[in-house]
Each structure stands twice: as C-alpha cells, then as structure tokens.
Design a protein around this ligand. Structure first.
Ligand code: NAP
Length: 523
C-alpha cells in the first residue's frame, strides 16, 4: 500500500486506532519484518523501531513489501535519536529522511521527538505530515513533572498525536499522568503513560483516562521501554480491549510486587465471572505513596501484601473482626460512601482447605511461626474449636500470640514426643530454592502437613511429610482460598475457585520451568 495520497488526519481519528501498538525490534531488517509477520494474527497495530537497526534505511524495502502485503496493518515508524533516548546515531536530517521514506513505504504514522522537532523547519515537518500522521513525542526519563508545560511546548508544533512518556518514581506519578490525560484529552489526541516498574499501572489505566492507545512489547526480552508489558499480557491478563471508564480497578499493593501471582489469578476470576474490572500491581515504596494513590485513583479493592499488612490498619475507616484480632489486613474495599474497609482473608485461606478434608473441632494443630500468617491461622483455627499449639524460633512472639488467642506454646525438643492432626508451616523456611525445612524428619508426626509456602509448589517439608506418610496441603490452596474470599468481598459473587487454581498452578509451573531453563543455560 503506497501512502502518498491520503488524508491522514481523517483516517486516523483516535477512535479508529487499535488500543495496543506492539513495538517491533530486530537485529537486522529481515528479523524485524519476520517478527512483524509473526505478530499479525493478534496485532494489527505495530511500531517499527528503526533506530534499533544498525542501518535503518536498509529495512525500508522490506517494510514496503510488508505494508503492501498486509494493507490492514497500521504501522508507526520511529527512528529515535540517541540524544532523545533512542538508538539512532545519525543526524536530524538523516532521521527525517528515513521517516519520509518509511511513510512512502507505507507506514501511516511517524514518531518524532520534541527535541528534534523544535530543531526542524516547519516545512520539513509539514512535508512529513503530508504523507503520514505525525506523533510528536516527549520523554522524561527521570520523573513525571511539568506535564502541562511540556504539552504547551508541544502543541505549538502541529501534529496529529501528542505522546508524553515519563518515568514514575512513585505510584502517585501514575495518578498525575492520568489526571493530566483526563484534563487534556478533549482538546488533543494524547498518548500518555509512565515508564518504570512503578509506572506499569498507567500502561493500562491511561486508556481508561483517555489515552488514544498504549504500547506493548513483543516479549519479555524485547521491551523497548522500562516497565513495558507484553501484548499478550495486556490482552490476556488485563483484557485491555475491554477497559473503559466503567471498569472497576483492583490491585495488589506492596513492595515488592513484581512477582506476585495475584494479577494472574484475580484477572482470571474477573474474566470468568464477567466482572467489568481490571486487577493491577501497585509497587508502592512507601505507605504514604500508596495511600495518596488510593485516595485519587478510583480503586475498588486492594490486596495488601508485605510490608503494609499491619501499617495500613490505622488508616482504614473500619475493619472486620479478623483484622482487629490478627492486627493485619490483607484486603481493602472501598464502599459506596468512599470509606475504606479492611478485611483479613488469610484465616479463611487456612481454614477452608482444612475443612474440606477434616473436622476442625478439637483437632490438634501445630502452627510453626508467630508472624502475620501464623496469627491468621491461629485465630481462624481457634474460632473453629481447634486445639492450637505454637512453635516459633523466638519464644516471645509465640507466647504473646498464645495468650491473646488462648492457644498453647511448645518447645522444639518436645516435638519428638508429640503427634498432631495437622502441622502448618507459617514461616518462610523452604521458600525459593533454599531446599530447607523448618522441621527434621523425626519431628513430622501428623495426618496432614500444610505448608503456606507456594513457591516452590512442593517444598522440602512437604516432600518429607509425604515420605513419612502424611497427606500434604500445598500453600497454593491457601493462596487460592484467601484470594477467592477477596473476590467474594469485592464482587459479591462466588469465586470461580477451580479456574483460579488452574491459572495459578499453571503460572507457578511456568515460573519453575523458566527458572530451570535459566539454570540450564548457565551450565
Ligand atoms: P512474618 O510476619 O515475617 O513472620 C515470619 C515468621 O517466620 C516469624 O514467626 C519468624 O520467627 C519465622 N521465621 C522467619 N525466618 C525463620 C527461620 N529462618 N527459621 C525459623 N523461623 C523463621 O511473615 P508472614 O507474613 O507471617 O509469612 C510467613 C510465610 O507464610 C511466608 O513464607 C509467606 O510467603 C507465607 N504466606 C503464604 C500465604 C499464602 O497465601 N499461601 C499467605 C500469607 C503468607 P521470628 O519471630 O523468630 O522472627
């Protein structure tokens, strides 16, 4: 498809562009175009990052063939100079020349950065704009600040789209970006989002605020901007095509949250139950930042994780009895009156998998640990009439917990003499690739051994317990049940537990396989 004779402004009215543009890179023109071909089944909107090629001009004949062969595809050509954060080492004149040729080769949009545009003659930009829609882009790789001033400078240069991309150093920066888009997207066709791990939520929510589209990476290894999400994740996990102003926003908030499985499990549940909602990961480095963000983003529900489960409690308007007793909250819901209510679903996460297998009344249960998760287990089990024993590395917290929950403490040397209906590990011992166990073989005398750890899916403790003839309950069951209860609190619908279990099991196994592949590569 030759691009010369079109009225681009009319053709690319914002609403007619797809919502996700996939950035394509390659080490040579053939690889770049092959990648573009491989994306076509799911993506009709691509950005050719010509600056990633050692000699961008050599890609143009192949791009022409590609656009002629796939007239339904919309392509952006970008050849960002190194001075503006790209990889192109050539002059402004060479960048313009490449973009003009890319437009002639069928790229219907071209991206030029503000620093370059201000140094161009108006006629040079007009010429470019005669054959392609112009995206004028602005990047701030350090912070999210002075967006209005940047836009003022940008709109002095006629363009079809104004793109502002800034680095998020707090989660509140996403709010700043979204408010800016909401305020200005009526007057200008804006594309805006934040970069960096803390800016990830804006890549989804900016569309809700009015950004014309967002960018995605082909794969984890081919990200062209920090914090970029893959197209598959944007569509599959976050259901970006359905996000609109009515979409309810849910998130897991903590530090760190990058490896949380909550977005996978919760988005799967929202999809299965056809709830118009999206569940994101908020990487908040301080509670103050998290609370500021929660006030301003219309968040409907939050999963609270380390290190805020306890410190958030005084900031909530009300809490359920579990949160009050345990002193920790893992679930927040914003009620219609705007107030924030706290719940603790970890107790349910422990109790439900056990109740599915046994009667808890008078059951003799040993809980290892006296931290937040142990407290949830102890109170949850005591409520069901279990006889609870606590063993902790440091005696003080165990005694305190035992006193407040009317449970008992035991000393480690006594373990060999005792047997239990259930042993629950509520310590992090055995997590990751440590292959450690909180108990020795001769200390495991129980019908059921329940390990709260879910990564790895089968811990050393569980392997030893199986060998000793016990039935094992993996931490993934607790993870699914505490998440299911959150889902019920937020939506009022029963949670699709089987689907949640399926998705999280798959995600965990993929994680294990990726880790093994990485290890094998190292050898
Ligand atoms: P926490 O509040 O930090 O408490 C940790 C507890 O483990 C403390 O009692 C601590 O004892 C003990 N501990 C830590 N390191 C130890 C070691 N090397 N040897 C012996 N004891 C040790 O943590 P938490 O929030 O309760 O979480 C505990 C575990 O449960 C974590 O692995 C977490 O991932 C898991 N969890 C799983 C789920 C799920 O959905 N499956 C939900 C919540 C938590 P001291 O008092 O001596 O420090």
């Amino acid at each position: 498809m030759a691009a010369a004779s079109n009225n681009f402004v009319a053709r690319f009215r914002p609403l007619r562009l797809p919502r996700v543009c996939v950035a394509v890179i390659g080490s040579d023109p053939a690889e770049m175009v092959e990648k573009a071909e491989s994306l076509l089944r799911d993506n009709t909107f691509l950005e050719f990052r010509l600056d990633y090629l050692p000699r961008p001009a050599l890609a143009l004949p192949k791009i022409r063939q590609f656009t002629e062969f796939h007239p339904h595809v919309i392509a952006i050509a970008t050849c960002r100079r190194a001075a503006s954060g790209g990889k192109f080492k050539g002059s402004i004149a060479s960048e313009l020349d490449i973009l003009n040729k890319a437009a002639a080769a069928g790229c219907q949009l071209v991206d030029i950065e503000l620093q370059t545009a201000v140094r161009c003659k108006p006629q040079q930009l007009e010429r470019l704009r005669a054959s392609a829609a112009l995206i004028l882009s602005f990047h701030d790789f350090h912070a999210t600040r002075k967006l209005e001033q940047a836009l003022e400078k940008m709109v002095a240069i006629p363009a079809d789209f104004y793109k502002l991309v800034t680095n998020a150093t707090t989660v509140y920066d996403n709010v700043v970006m979204m408010k800016f888009i909401e305020k200005n997207s009526d007057q200008h066709s804006l594309i805006g989002f934040c970069m960096g791990e803390q800016g990830i939520i804006s890549r989804v929510l900016s569309l809700r605020a009015g950004s014309v589209f967002t960018f995605a990476a082909v794969s984890e290894d081919e990200k062209t901007g920090p914090g970029q999400i893959t197209a598959q994740e944007l569509r599959g996990t976050f259901r970006i095509e359905q996000v609109d102003a009515a979409t309810r926003v849910y998130a897991v908030a903590g530090d760190p949250v990058a490896h949380s499985l909550s977005p996978a499990i919760m988005n799967a549940a929202l999809r299965r139950e056809t709830v118009n909602g999206v569940y994101l990961a908020l990487h908040a480095k301080t509670l103050k930042d998290l609370l500021a963000c929660v006030r301003d983003i219309p968040i409907h529900g939050l999963s609270i994780t380390m290190p805020y489960k306890e410190s958030i409690v005084p900031h909530l308007d009300n809490t359920d009895s579990h949160t009050t007793k345990i002193g920790a909250c893992n679930t927040v819901v914003r009620a219609q009156d705007g107030n924030l209510y706290g719940f603790n679903t970890d107790a349910v996460g422990v109790v439900r998998p056990l109740q599915a297998r046994m009667e808890l009344e008078n059951a003799k249960v040993l809980v290892l640990g006296a931290g937040g998760a142990a407290r949830a287990a102890v109170f949850g089990l005591k409520e069901r009439g279990a006889e609870v024993y606590i063993l902790n590395r440091t005696p003080g917290p165990a005694q305190k917990l035992a006193r407040s929950a009317r449970a008992r403490t035991i000393k480690r040397p006594d373990l060999k003499k005792l047997s239990f209906d259930v042993i629950i590990n509520a310590t992090p011992v055995g997590m990751g690739n440590t292959h450690e166990s909180p108990l020795n073989e001769n200390e495991i005398k129980a019908h059921y051994v329940f390990d709260m750890i879910y990564d790895p899916p089968e811990t050393r403790l569980l392997k030893m317990a199986k060998a000793a003839g016990a039935e094992v309950i993996p931490g993934i069951e607790m993870f699914v049940h505490q998440a299911a209860r959150q889902f019920e609190i937020w939506t009022g619908k029963p949670a699709p537990i089987d689907e949640m279990l399926r998705v999280v099991t798959l995600a965990l196994h993929e994680r294990v396989a990726a880790h093994q592949a990485k290890e094998a590569k190292k050898k």
